[in-house]
Design a protein around this ligand. Structure first.
Ligand code: MN
Length: 191
C-alpha cells in the first residue's frame, strides 16, 4: 500500500506564492486521490509488491496499463514536485549543476526564460522539467497529463506542475505568474 508522503513544510509555508487553500486541495485531495486510486488498481496484481518507480517504468506506453500508469506517475510527480520547493526558495543551483546549466543554456537567467516558455507552452494539463539525459546533458522538457521523464529513461532534476489545479485558486488564468513565483521564490535546488 502506498501512502501520501509527508511534506517537508507546513501547508501554509509557501504563502503568499501558494496558498494554504491550494495546498489543502492539491496535496490533501488531488495527491491523496492518486494514491488511493493506485492502491485500488494494483491490489492483487503483480504491481502490488513493486516500488513506485518500477510501476511507472513497467506500465509506461502500455495501453492496457494506462490507468495504473496515470495514477502511479501522478503520485511520483507530485511527491517530486513538493520536494522541488521550500519556503524562502528561489535561489540558484550551485557547483556542477550551475556549470552545466550555464554551458547548456548560456546563463541561469536564460535557463529560467526557456523553462518558463516550456511551462507556458504545455497545452492543457501537464508538467515542465529540467532533466539529465543518460549522456549527462541537460534539457528542458514538457510532458502532458501524467507523463514524466522516468517513463523516458531520463533523470528529473526539477519540475513544475502546470495542471490548472496547481495554480487556479491563487492565479486563475495567469500561469506565467505562477511559473515566475516558482522560479523566484519557491524552487529548491537542494544545494
Ligand atoms: Mn497536481
Amino acid at each position: 500500500m502506498f501512502k501520501l508522503p509527508t511534506l517537508n513544510y507546513e501547508l501554509d509555508a509557501l504563502v503568499p506564492y501558494i496558498s494554504k487553500n491550494t495546498m489543502e486541495f492539491h496535496y490533501l485531495k488531488h495527491h491523496q486521490t492518486y494514491v488511493d486510486n493506485l492502491n485500488k488498481l494494483i491490489a492483487g496484481t503483480e504491481f502490488e509488491s513493486m516500488f513506485l518507480e518500477e510501476i511507472v517504468q513497467k506500465t509506461a506506453g502500455k495501453p492496457e496499463y494506462t490507468a495504473i500508469f496515470n495514477n502511479a506517475a501522478q503520485v511520483w510527480n507530485h511527491t517530486f514536485f513538493w520536494n522541488c520547493m521550500r519556503p524562502n526558495g528561489g535561489s540558484r543551483p550551485q557547483g556542477r549543476l550551475l556549470e552545466d546549466i550555464i554551458k547548456t543554456f548560456g546563463s541561469y537567467e536564460d535557463f529560467c526564460k526557456e523553462f518558463k516558455v516550456a511551462a507556458l507552452a504545455q497545452f492543457g494539463s501537464g508538467w515542465a522539467w529540467l532533466v539529465r539525459r543518460a549522456d549527462g546533458g541537460l534539457e528542458i522538457m514538457k510532458t502532458a497529463n501524467a507523463d514524466n521523464p522516468l517513463a523516458h529513461g531520463l533523470e528529473a532534476l526539477i519540475t513544475i506542475d502546470v495542471w490548472e489545479h496547481a495554480y487556479y485558486l491563487d492565479y486563475q488564468n495567469r500561469r506565467g505568474d505562477f511559473i515566475d513565483a516558482f522560479l523566484n521564490h519557491l524552487v529548491d535546488w537542494k544545494e
